[in-house]
Design a protein around this ligand. Structure first.
Ligand code: APR
Length: 310
């Protein structure tokens, strides 16, 4: 039987609700919004459903406080958790969010044993580890959203510095989703031209630094939460590539098993995203300096994984 694709979004807060909105706006799937707050996901789902006649999307929207409604989802995006407050590092969130991601993953697996899980909750790479261990899923079905967001931030800053269309820019970011991430200017391009040909090193260094601290910059401005427009947009790009089997190469957190000299950790690298989830990990040559930076980022992720102890 043909049926529409189904995406569950766990956590109907800022990221989750904005993601649901973007998914139905693109008519990508029916959406189930799940949250522990009573009536809230139902309210947001109904509000979005009532926009459909105006916007013209034929997607079913359901809100729930349990998981029965999520059964047989193609993709489950986990955004539940507490968001970062000003002055709080991503890492401070680790223990609370570990418990939440563990509980959510157990429920998700019960109802959608064949789904692909996309993790958005922070600290991202460590939460991927939790979902991977708890779900028992093969590694190609547990994916972390970070690199698409980080490279979008870098592209935004590069387009501004070059005064060109954002569509001309392709940015390349490797590593964990934290301030040790590794934005690579020489693999980042404007209309196919490597960025170091177009901008002075000083400008590039500033942009790399701003990219690394992109999440914190928004937290500082918002004061009551963390970014959600760009994170939800980044997640949609991943969901779309999977649901439409587009096989886009996107930077995502995936379990490395020897690639880039790293084993047993979720780290952001370029992967091919298609109907089966991660269909290929793309390995590129790194300079000694870049490799060292990636190892440093992996060490930071390892520290978090040690804290969660799984
Ligand atoms: N099950 C379901 N939902 C939960 C659970 C749980 N066990 N625990 C918390 N939630 C819900 C909260 O009730 C809240 O509505 O998760 C939602 C999180 O929403 P926000 O607080 O608005 O946070 P948001 O900005 O959406 O960020 C979510 O994404 O980018 C990351 O660091 C960010 O980890 C955070 C996540």
């Amino acid at each position: 039987m043909n049926r529409r694709k189904k995406v569950t979004v766990v956590g109907a807060g800022n990221v989750g609700a904005t993601l649901a909105h973007r998914l139905v706006d693109k008519e990508l799937a029916d959406v189930v919004l799940v949250d522990i707050i009573e009536d809230m996901p139902q309210g947001k789902a109904l509000d979005l459903a009532e926009s459909a006649p105006i916007e013209g999307y034929d997607c079913r929207l359901v809100g729930a406080n349990g998981y029965k409604e999520t059964a047989d989802s193609d993709i489950v995006v986990i955004t539940s958790g507490i968001a970062r407050k000003p002055g709080m590092s991503r890492d401070d969130l680790i223990n609370t969010n570990k418990g939440i991601v563990k509980q959510v993953t157990e429920e998700v697996v019960k109802y959608s044993p064949n789904c692909i899980i996309i993790i958005v909750s922070n600290p991202l790479d460590a939460m991927c580890h939790v979902a991977y261990k708890v779900s028992g899923f093969p590694k190609h079905r547990v994916i972390g959203m970070a690199g698409v967001l980080d490279s979008a931030r870098m592209s935004c800053f590069l387009a501004e510095a070059l005064d060109v269309s954002v569509e001309n820019i392709n940015s390349f970011v490797l590593g964990g989703h934290g301030d040790t991430m590794v934005p690579l200017a020489r693999y980042s391009t404007c209309a196919g031209i490597p960025i170091p040909e177009l901008l002075p090193k000083e400008t590039i260094d500033k942009i790399i630094d701003r990219t690394r601290n992109g999440g914190a910059e928004i937290v500082k401005l918002l004061k009551t939460g963390s970014a959600y427009y760009a994170p939800s947009a980044a997640t949609v790009e991943m969901v779309e590539s999977i649901l439409k089997d587009k096989k886009k190469i996107l930077p995502c957190a995936t379990l490395l098993e020897g690639e880039y000299g790293i084993s047993g950790l979720f780290i952001g690298v370029p992967v091919k995203l298609g109907a089966n989830g991660i269909e290929k990990i793309v390995e590129i040559n790194l300079t000694v300096e870049e490799r060292t930076a990636l190892q440093k980022s992996a060490a930071a992720v390892q520290e978090l994984v040690d804290i969660i102890g799984m």
